[in-house]
Design a protein around this ligand. Structure first.
Ligand code: ZN
Length: 207
């Protein structure tokens, strides 16, 4: 699936495997994030377009919604506790993660990778960099489609997504914002499926 207008006249943007991509959303606009091949985690960030120091925060969101996984209708809030995105549709089975930090070069070093490994932290910086913006830090992402079950109330597991090819989530901007995505390059644990082979994902901006 290449970038280009689809049957509805919307432009499908590819998030290439192991890479990041960002877009600008006006308040009220929606973005649909599609798990094209079904097993790909998509790390997602949002920053206030008027103040990059305000960004979607998982630790603030969990207490706002009193859940660890947002459900349809839930607002995702910033580090200033204001809604920035809202989950308005989800065909993926509803399993996402808010607990785990974005992967970074140090995560792969700890896993034993001897050379540089693509990672979501660098993908965020590159994606915003294409827009001339530098993130102030790497906030904990909303890890779309990532399956981190809590076991016995206090342990977590790292297991493949339950999402299916073509399933998606739709997020509505609650303020003007920059939204960034990373098709997670993790290929050393099965977070992107048992085959441990990262794939592309896609998004389209709805009206
Ligand atoms: Zn990652």
């Amino acid at each position: 699936m290449a970038a280009g207008p689809n049957a509805k006249g919307l432009t499908m943007i590819e998030i290439p495997a192991r890479c990041g991509k960002a877009t600008r959303l006006g308040a009220g606009q929606c973005v649909r994030v599609i798990n094209t091949f079904g097993q790909q985690v998509v790390d997602t960030w949002a920053f206030n377009a008027a103040d990059i120091g305000e960004f979607m925060s998982m630790e603030h969101t969990r207490i706002a919604i009193e859940r660890i996984i947002p459900q349809v209708g839930d607002a995702l809030v910033t580090n200033r506790r204001r809604p920035i995105l809202r989950l308005i549709d989800d065909t993926s089975g509803g399993i996402h993660d808010t607990l785990v930090a974005a992967c970074d070069r140090w995560r792969y070093e700890l896993l034993g990778c001897p050379t540089y490994h693509a990672n979501c932290t660098d993908n965020l910086a590159a994606a915003l960099g294409e827009m001339g913006v530098a993130p102030p830090e790497t906030p904990a992402p909303l890890n779309l489609f990532m399956n981190i079950p809590v076991i016995d109330g206090n342990r977590i597991a790292v297991v493949p997504p339950i999402s299916t090819p073509g399933s998606y989530v739709t997020l509505r901007a609650e303020m003007d914002c920059l939204v960034a995505f990373s098709a997670c390059p993790q290929d050393m644990v099965p977070i992107n499926g048992a085959a441990m082979t990262p794939t592309a994902a896609h998004f389209e901006v709805l009206g």
